[in-house]
Design a protein around this ligand. Structure first.
Ligand SMILES: [Zn+2]
Length: 380
């Protein structure tokens, strides 16, 4: 992934392309220039087709990314590959329902695109007099606008269907895992979905050998790699379930009192601060609220600005559960208490220390969930 190059930034998500995309481009030029009467028209057609497919893949990945970000996860980047795309999302698991929604967002986007193209495609085909499946095959081999429309429509339908296969690392595997974790342990649910992923990869490998097709084994390798990353992630998650949040919290003697002036909360720089009264957490001062009020000039009291909703975790709560609660609250910090008394604060920044700690113990290294999309149709 390291040598991929940046194409642009869409809505705050970096989109990159792997150098091997250039090989796919050359292949497409060569293939389609032989297909058409005029090689230049053919090459141009191939270029447009590849571009349209990459836009579909990028749209699929962005749909995952935007929804994941709305649920509070950090999205690192999207990389386009000749056989699909890879999105790196912060690895923390969401509640099953939300996880299923994020997984479904990609295929749903492709189905919406296909549905939008359908009336245009149907009119183009009717106008061309194409009525039977054989006519469709003939159109698909042309280098005409109808052919481009048909192939892009097909690419979106296949992207949606293939990615909905119920096996990791496909989106369908994530939906299956979410559904299974309603009924059993998440770890068991993941193992089942990952095993199905290995089976799918094996089936693709065998099909590739039988059909003498090079794309299928490549796809199988891609799936195997992603399934392995996923396995490492479950181990990481498992480790985080066993680490107490107290070990990684920033210890703090006291927080601020509700009757202190707001400027007092700015000691040590603007940050999320717990509001403590008689040793107990009574509210939170969020960084952005402090800054907004300080900028407005009038120095108010802490109690007027604080968020009185109190969500705390005990020192013995696992890092995993603490982060789940942070995600649910929509704030990057959570106060840590011991026997009900305020002890310190755990923030999203502290997660870096958790990862570092786990790495020192030579535990799993994967930090980002890799949403891998497989696309088996370029070059067909
Ligand atoms: Zn997807």
């Amino acid at each position: 992934m390291a040598r991929s190059f940046r194409i642009g930034n869409i809505g705050g998500v970096e989109v990159r392309a792997h150098p091997t995309v250039a090989i796919a481009l050359l292949w497409v030029f060569w293939h389609w220039s032989r297909q058409a009467h005029d090689p230049y028209v053919g090459a141009l057609f191939g270029g447009f087709l590849l571009l349209a497919i990459f836009v579909s893949v990028a749209g699929h990945e962005l749909a995952h990314s935007f929804l994941a970000r709305r649920y509070g996860l950090e999205v690192r980047d999207i990389t386009l590959l000749p056989i699909g795309g890879v999105t790196r999302i912060e690895q923390f698991p969401l509640p099953p329902r939300r996880e299923a929604m994020v997984a479904l967002a990609g295929p749903v986007l492709n189905l919406v695109v296909a549905a939008g193209l359908t009336p245009v495609l149907l009119s183009a085909l009717l106008w061309r007099g194409a009525r039977s499946p054989l006519d469709l095959l003939l159109v698909a081999r042309e280098t005409s606008p109808s052919s481009l429309l048909l192939l892009v429509w097909l690419a979106n339908v296949l992207l949606a269907l293939f990615n909905l296969l119920p096996a990791f690392p496909m989106d369908g595997g994530r939906v299956l895992r979410a559904w299974l974790s309603w009924m059993s342990d998440r770890l068991v649910a993941t193992r089942i979905a990952v095993s199905l992923g290995y089976l799918l990869a094996l089936a693709l490998l065998v099909a590739g050998i039988v059909l003498r097709d090079l794309m299928l084994p490549l796809l199988a390798l891609f799936l195997l790699g992603a399934a392995t990353v996923e396995t490492r992630l479950i181990e990481l998650e498992d480790a985080m379930r066993r680490l107490p949040v107290g070990q990684f919290a920033v210890w703090d003697m006291g927080g601020v009192g509700p009757d202190q002036e707001l400027s007092y909360a700015l000691r040590g720089g603007p940050r999320d601060v717990a509001v403590v009264s008689g040793g107990r957490v009574v509210g939170m001062l969020w960084r952005e609220d402090i800054l907004r009020n300080v900028r407005s000039g009038d120095n108010r009291l802490v109690r007027e600005v604080m968020d009185p909703t109190v969500v705390t975790v005990d020192v013995d709560t696992s890092v995993y559960d603490a982060h789940q609660r942070m995600l649910a609250s929509g704030h990057p910090s959570i106060p840590v208490v011991e026997n009900g008394r305020y002890r310190g604060i755990f923030t999203a920044d502290r997660l870096v220390h958790v990862y570092r700690y786990l790495q020192e113990g030579r535990r799993p290294r994967a930090r980002y969930l890799v949403v891998a999309e497989a696309l088996g149709l370029i070059g067909r």
